[in-house]
Design a binder for this molecule. Structure first.
Ligand SMILES: [Zn+2]
Ligand SMILES: [Zn+2]
Length: 387
């Protein structure tokens, strides 16, 4: 790229912006306190060589944001609070760093559509400033790099008008996918898509997704589109109802509210009601009874894939490992190649991403709704009106 062309890549950014910040961790009895403050005088991030500054359209809120609020990632933060939350940002490109301009076209997030341009519609995974030198970075799995930041978790995220993303985490969005639909894909979608792929099942095999929430309702549709016999399990009515009405509904729905793992007859009856065990069970929730039932539901020689993050250890009776040869594995988010592939599946098949949108000013209404057990789909924040 010539010098003049390069300069054209730098739009004039404003100096100040509106956004939310977490100024102090909220733990224990101050739980009821509103965790985020709305500010109008935040500094717009500058754009370093590896960065792409995104003018945020929509950013989503997830379970991990609650963990950030409680200080569960404090030990990994390099510069402490205040922090702009959300690791699920989407928007349009407002500035492009030098190396980002040079290298993006060859990265998996480009989707083969050439260099990044100002105004392109994009989203970003959380990973940022990874070292590029450790074994995981060299193996193309920077998400496991221990020397990096995560936007919205240890560095500033998407709940403000502008965010600086690492170009190696940026993914171009297909025109068919709206910002509302795209935002949840950069954590919830990527997580469940990569986890289902990692189960390595063949068409016709049985997969159960335990937890029909934000991850679960996407997982059901991905699994169906991959040709798997798909079972969804939850103990709440509302998210199961939502799954029933999806464009790609599950083959079996199990409401597990009467299942008690201490009473084996209830487990047996539940598994029989869906035609037997599953070759792989993906745990997309964080309650311990759900973990225990997931292990029971996993077929002999099958795979129990964990993506939920329970705050207590998962109890694993040895007979599942020794006598039933169950494998237990975890899966962490996904990389830009997974996200590009997932976006293609979503655009081609018309997979539905159920969302409810709130303006930045109503973040605390969003958090109140999030804490209600009946909420279904993914809650997102409209930051600006880009479409
Ligand atoms: Zn590394
Ligand atoms: Zn998340």
């Amino acid at each position: 790229m010539t010098g003049t062309a390069m300069q054209k890549q730098q739009q004039q950014l404003p100096t100040l912006m509106k956004g939310l910040t977490l100024d102090q961790f909220v733990t224990g009895q101050d739980k009821e306190e509103a965790p985020y403050k709305l500010k109008h005088d935040l500094k717009v991030p500058s754009c370093s060589a590896d960065e792409v500054v995104i003018h945020i359209a929509v950013a989503a809120v997830c379970h991990t944001d609650g963990m950030v609020v409680r200080g569960e990632f404090e030990h990994m933060m390099r510069s402490g609070l205040p922090l702009i939350p959300s690791h699920e940002p989407t928007g349009i490109v407002a500035a492009i760093g030098e190396r980002a301009a040079k290298n993006f076209a060859d990265s998996p997030g480009a989707g083969g559509a050439g260099p990044l341009k100002i105004g392109d519609r994009v989203g970003s995974l959380a990973f940022k400033d990874f070292c590029g030198e450790c074994e995981d970075c060299k193996a193309g799995k920077p998400r496991y790099c221990e020397n990096q930041d995560m936007c919205g978790v240890t560095a500033n995220g998407g709940l403000a008008e502008y965010m600086a993303a690492d170009y190696r985490s940026v993914v171009r969005l297909p025109d068919e996918v709206s910002f509302e639909a795209a935002a949840p894909l950069f954590c919830a979608g990527a997580t469940i898509f990569a986890a289902i792929r990692a189960c390595d099942l063949k068409a016709g095999q049985r997969i159960a997704i335990v937890g029909a929430g934000a991850l679960g309702h996407l997982g059901v549709q991905f699994a169906k589109c991959l040709g798997l016999h798909t079972i969804v399990v939850d103990a709440r009515d509302a998210p199961l109802e939502l799954c029933k009405d999806l464009k790609y509904p599950p083959d079996e729905i199990l409401n597990a509210k009467d299942v008690d793992v201490k009473r084996p007859e209830t487990v047996k009856k539940a598994i029989e009601s869906i035609g037997g065990h599953a070759d792989a069970v993906v745990l997309a929730t964080d309650t311990i009874p759900a973990c225990e039932f997931s292990l029971e539901l996993t077929k002999k020689h099958g795979l129990f894939m964990v993506v939920g993050q329970p705050n207590l250890p998962i109890p694993v009776p040895f007979h599942h490992l020794v006598f039933r040869d169950v494998t237990i594995k975890g899966s962490l988010l996904g990389d830009p190649a997974d996200v590009s592939e997932m976006l293609k599946v979503i655009a081609d098949k018309g997979i539905e991403v159920k969302t409810k949108s709130y303006p930045l000013e109503k973040i605390h209404d969003l958090l109140t709704d999030y804490s209600k057990p009946g909420h279904a789909g993914k809650l997102v924040v409209r930051v600006s009106d880009h479409q």
